[in-house]
Write a protein that binds this ligand. Structure first.
Ligand SMILES: [Zn+2]
Length: 281
């Protein structure tokens, strides 16, 4: 599932490539992806509009149009935005039968929303707050305002909670999912089930620094495509951060810090990869 680095990679690709392009036409093959407004209005309102800017909030991509409407895209589990789309893209393992929305610009290039699992969501709205889940998002970890003091304030909202579910809860910090929550905890030597109230100052500082570091390095390397996962950047290429993952998906392999083999524990239905020697409860 795309997390902050993957969504940010896609945002940057779109900002670079589709800014100022005008939408000539749109084909919607799977209606249920479009959540707001109803399909007829969605299509009418989007035709002939120009792309002004591509932003992001948490895992939502926000495409600002020159009509003041915003096209909001949530990629769900397997959503992709491919541009420029052409038939060669199938050679990169992207199956055209999952092309659910096809935007054609006035220069006849195409932007395709492809989504195998169909959990993606698209909205066309004038005010971002019309998407309720966006109004509930917490702080953006890569923004300058996310300082160690701010991190401590957010931690204090959930002192009795366990650290990994806290990191993955979008209401506190947005953008961390299972891959990056595992990575930052391992690199900080913190067991995922530690209570927030039990973390000492040094651990909090390490964790804060690792959140910034891991997420920004992952953005630099266009995110992570682990094994057969769907994620691709806008060119249809895999993210290169998977090679840098130190604990995620490394079950049974030796810990790079102490040599103990990496183990998996299930926490709230998700696989947590830990080194039991480096990350003690
Ligand atoms: Zn270890």
């Amino acid at each position: 599932m795309p997390e902050l680095p993957e969504v940010e990679t896609i945002r940057r690709g779109l900002q670079r490539k589709i800014k100022n392009k005008q939408i000539k036409d749109i084909v919607v093959n799977v209606d249920k992806i479009v959540k707001k407004p109803y399909l007829g209005e969605f299509i009418t309102k989007i035709k002939r509009k120009k792309i002004k800017e591509v932003g992001r909030r948490g895992k939502y991509i926000i495409i600002h149009l020159d009509s003041k409407d915003k096209l909001i895209v949530h990629l769900g589990m397997t959503g992709l935005l491919i541009y420029p789309y052409d038939n060669k893209i199938t050679e990169k393992g992207i199956n055209p039968k999952h092309n659910h929305l096809i935007f054609t610009f006035t220069d006849d290039t195409q932007l395709v929303f492809n989504d195998v699992r169909r959990f993606g969501k698209i909205f066309l709205i004038s005010n971002i707050d019309e998407v309720e889940s966006i109004t509930k998002l917490g702080v953006e970890p890569l923004e300058d305002y996310f300082t160690e003091e701010v991190f401590i304030q957010v931690l204090n909202k959930k002192k009795k909670g366990k650290i990994k579910p806290f990191l993955m809860n979008q209401k506190f910090i947005t953008g961390l999912g299972n891959i990056y929550a595992n990575e930052v905890l391992y690199r900080s030597n913190i067991h995922p089930l530690r209570l927030i109230s039990s973390l000492n100052k040094k651990e909090v500082r390490n964790l804060y620094q690792q959140i910034k570091l891991v997420l920004s390095e992952a953005v630099e390397l266009q995110g992570s495509t682990v094994a057969d996962e769907a994620y691709r950047d806008t060119d249809g290429d895999k993210g290169k951060f998977a090679k840098k993952l130190q604990v995620y998906a490394r079950k049974g392999e030796p810990c790079i810090k102490c040599g103990h083999s990496i183990e998996v524990v299930r926490i709230e239905g998700r696989s947590s990869f830990i080194c039991p020697q480096c990350q003690k409860l």
